[in-house]
Design a protein around this ligand. Structure first.
Ligand SMILES: C[S@@+](CC[C@H](N)C(=O)[O-])C[C@H]1O[C@@H](n2cnc3c(N)ncnc32)[C@H](O)[C@@H]1O
Length: 228
């Protein structure tokens, strides 16, 4: 795992180039939607989650594989209402402006489009912390003996994570961004939209259905929504 300083340096140095690259992609290559085949965008595939048939976007093209090299802290490189599905898994907790991110996803989605987002499950972690269940927490990236240390390690991940993802928080943020927030919680390996996200499920490595370590939610843009 790269140190926080190394990542900050990378983003400071590569930020302008990623901004230009995102702008070029949006201007010249981004699909305009409505072409019969759903436009699906995967944010932050990392090293092992590249999805065929999706537009995979990441800042890391050194150890990972992506189609568009861009900084997801910037506006998404798509026009308004041009995307049918957006997927992210263990990415949004790295973003400094979660509400701005959800607004951007809402902007690019077509009416009826769906965002499936997952990340470290704060609700589960808080429950396991209060239960003192040290075994639920892993030793990655750091090993601690105390319940508090194991909790911090899970939630903040050596200060890589900038927020704590809980169901009520994400519902509020998504609602503010304009999404419908009905029936948003998804058990691991399940989706309310198999036509859009069926091929993502095989990439999701979580198996702990009882107290999931990953919070997965799906938010739909109102089918009757006008332009954002
Ligand atoms: C923890 S990894 C998750 C990878 C994969 N989605 C998974 O679940 O295994 C987070 C990914 O998000 C990407 N990422 C984080 N912040 C980003 C940003 N600001 N812009 C672009 N990509 C970013 C990282 O490069 C990394 O590939």
């Amino acid at each position: 795992m790269l140190s926080r300083t190394a990542k900050q340096t990378f983003f400071a140095l590569a930020g302008p180039a990623m901004r230009v690259n995102g702008w070029i992609y949006k201007s010249l290559r981004a699909p305009h939607g409505g072409g019969g085949v759903p436009v699906r965008v995967h944010l932050g595939p990392g090293q092992r989650a590249y999805l065929d048939g999706w537009i995979n976007i990441d800042a890391n093209m050194v150890t990972g594989k992506c189609d568009v090299w861009a900084d997801l802290r910037n506006p998404l490189p798509f026009g308004d209402g041009t995307v049918d599905a957006v997927y992210s898994h263990h990415m949004i907790e790295h973003l400094p402006d979660l509400e701005g991110h959800f607004k951007e996803v809402h902007r690019v989605l077509a009416p009826g489009g769906v965002y499936r987002a997952g990340g470290p499950n704060g609700d589960s972690a808080i429950r396991k912390f209060t239960e003192g269940d040290n075994d639920w927490f892993s030793d990655w990236p750091d090993a601690y003996d105390s319940t508090g240390g194991r909790f911090v390690n899970f939630v903040l991940c050596r200060n890589e994570h900038l927020t704590i993802l809980t169901q009520s928080f994400l519902e509020e943020i998504a609602g503010r961004a304009g999404f419908s927030t009905m029936d948003t919680m998804m058990p691991v390996k399940q989706t309310g939209h198999p036509d859009l996200f069926g091929d993502c499920l095989a990439k999701e490595y979580e198996t702990d259905y009882e107290t999931p370590r990953t919070l997965i939610m799906e938010f739909q843009k109102s089918p009757g929504a006008g332009p954002s």
